[in-house]
Ligand binder design. Structure first.
Ligand SMILES: [Zn+2]
Length: 163
């Protein structure tokens, strides 16, 4: 998680990068580390976890990431959780969770990572959260307090759907 935090800091300092980091580990070895690159790549799917999955699969020359642990500084969103399921990641370890950064990251309309995994009937994907919780949350919240704040539309407040 320390490496993921370093990646998140790097993302915060990189134009177009963002302060969310992810590291993929297999057999005790770091496969790759990365950060959110959405604005860098003009790609709203380029969350740190997705970039790590893409790089990791390329590095390992594999479609699956079995026996891999994905460390991420924030609890993965629904998209990234589903990507972990599709990639066959064995374990997710995250830092700050929904409740820690709720005002700036997760809204009530975001599904919970744990719900996705439960609903996918996967009982072989382990999830642990709260690792270096405060440091991971503080890094993200520091950005949110800047005047320009989070940029992508997923962070804008919305009304509860009426359907
Ligand atoms: Zn995500």
């Amino acid at each position: 998680m320390r490496i993921a935090l370093e990646q998140a800091s790097l993302g915060a300092q990189t134009p177009g990068g963002a302060e969310v980091g992810a590291v993929l580990v297999k057999g005790g070895n770091v496969v790759c580390g990365t950060f959110n690159q959405g604005n860098m790549q003009n790609d709203p799917t380029a969350h740190a976890e997705i970039v790590a999955i893409r790089k990791g699969c390329e590095e390992l020359q594999s479609m699956t990431l079995e026996e891999c642990t994905l460390y991420c500084t924030l609890q993965p969103c629904g998209m990234c959780t589903m990507a972990c399921l599709w990639a066959g990641v064995s374990r997710i370890v995250y830092g700050a969770g929904r409740g820690d950064v709720n005002a700036v990251y997760f809204e009530t309309r975001h599904a919970n990572t744990v719900d996705f995994i439960r609903d996918a009937f996967r009982n072989d994907l382990q999830v642990e959260g709260g690792v270096l919780n405060d440091e991971c949350a503080a890094l993200y919240q520091a950005k949110a307090e800047k005047p320009d704040g989070p940029l992508d539309p997923a962070h804008k407040p919305t009304k509860r759907p009426s359907f």
